[in-house]
Design a protein around this ligand. Structure first.
Ligand code: SF4
Ligand code: SF4
Length: 141
């Protein structure tokens, strides 16, 4: 494994540019995400789907405003639902697809300035799978 990269912090540091809130193809929301966000903004989940989501195939994604960013993005405050943001936003960029296809990291890093480029695939696999395990553990505890 690369000696320089040991932990998730070594390969990713968010620079708060907000570029990922342009969606990168859509911010997917699960039913659990919808429940949490709807509760946070005091809206009924059915109304939430109608007002703040679009369909992408059989799944829901958060709608975008006329700026092309997520409807919950604010220029000053960034994510206005930070404490309940969707799992996809909380997990980024430590997602399962990188473990199975580490080359996806390079593609993602082209859009996200916080991700280190040119990390060896074995190192990525190790760090990302450890981070996913850790996050899943803390989500259940
Ligand atoms: S694009 Fe990357 S660096 Fe920018 S806000 Fe999103 S996660 Fe952070
Ligand atoms: S929910 Fe928040 S972090 Fe996720 S895309 Fe929207 S503004 Fe960005």
């Amino acid at each position: 494994m690369d000696s320089d990269y040991k932990t998730s912090d070594d390969i990713f540091q968010c620079v708060m540019c907000g570029d990922c809130c342009k969606g990168f193809g859509g911010t997917y929301v699960t039913d659990e995400d919808i429940e949490k966000i709807a509760n946070f903004i005091q809206c009924d989940p059915i109304e939430f789907r109608a007002k703040f989501c679009d369909k992408s195939g059989s799944k829901y994604v958060l709608s975008q405003s006329e700026t092309g960013r997520c409807i919950f993005f604010d220029d000053k405050k960034q994510c206005t639902i930070h404490s309940v943001k969707p799992r996809m936003c909380r997990s980024w960029p430590f997602i399962q697809t990188v473990v199975t296809h580490p080359e996806n990291w390079d593609t993602m890093a082209n859009s996200c300035h916080g991700m280190k480029k040119e990390v060896a695939y074995e190192t990525l696999r190790h760090i990302v799978s450890e981070k996913i395990k850790k996050d899943n553990g803390s989500a259940q505890s």
